[in-house]
Every structure is written in C-alpha cells, then in structure tokens.
Design a protein around this ligand. Structure first.
Ligand code: SF4
Ligand code: SF4
Length: 70
C-alpha cells in the first residue's frame, strides 16, 4: 500500500526526490510526478528530500493499514 501522498499543485519539478529514491519508484514526466506503488517501499527518503514539502507520509493511512492487519 502506498503511504506517500503527493500535493501536485505545489511541486516545482526540481527532481530531488527522483534522485534519492532507492527503488526508482518516482517518475517525473513533463509537469507530472508519479510514485509507482508496486515499486515503493514507503521508506520516506523522498519525503525528507523535498525542499518544499510536496511529499507527505500519510500517518492515518499507515495506522489504518496496521489495524487491518491485526
Ligand atoms: S518512499 Fe522511498 S521507495 Fe517510495 S517513492 Fe519515496 S524514496 Fe522511493
Ligand atoms: S523534490 Fe519535491 S518539488 Fe522536487 S520534484 Fe520532488 S516532489 Fe517535486
């Protein structure tokens, strides 16, 4: 389950997050950024790399996902 949220209206397409992703899970094409769910491990490296907080870790979704596993 993808736990990283993108606020696309804020992104300036600098590419920082693409460079830090160890799984090559982030695609930056023209004026659109996408995370490939099948590749993403939710490591949050991209979240920390973004200088303008476009990427966020969705804590509520993570919590709900953990509760569903119990
Ligand atoms: S959370 Fe990690 S694996 Fe997923 S897109 Fe960000 S850097 Fe890549
Ligand atoms: S680091 Fe942030 S601003 Fe730069 S491309 Fe990624 S999401 Fe967009």
């Amino acid at each position: 389950m993808l736990l990283i949220e993108i606020l696309p209206d804020k992104c300036d397409f600098c590419g920082c997050c693409v460079g830090v992703c160890p799984e090559d899970a982030i695609e930056l094409k023209e004026a659109e950024i996408t995370i490939i769910e099948e590749l993403c491990t939710n490591c949050v490296k991209c979240v920390w790399s973004c200088p303008i907080e476009v990427l966020k870790f969705n804590k509520n979704l993570a919590k709900a996902n953990n509760e569903n596993r119990i």
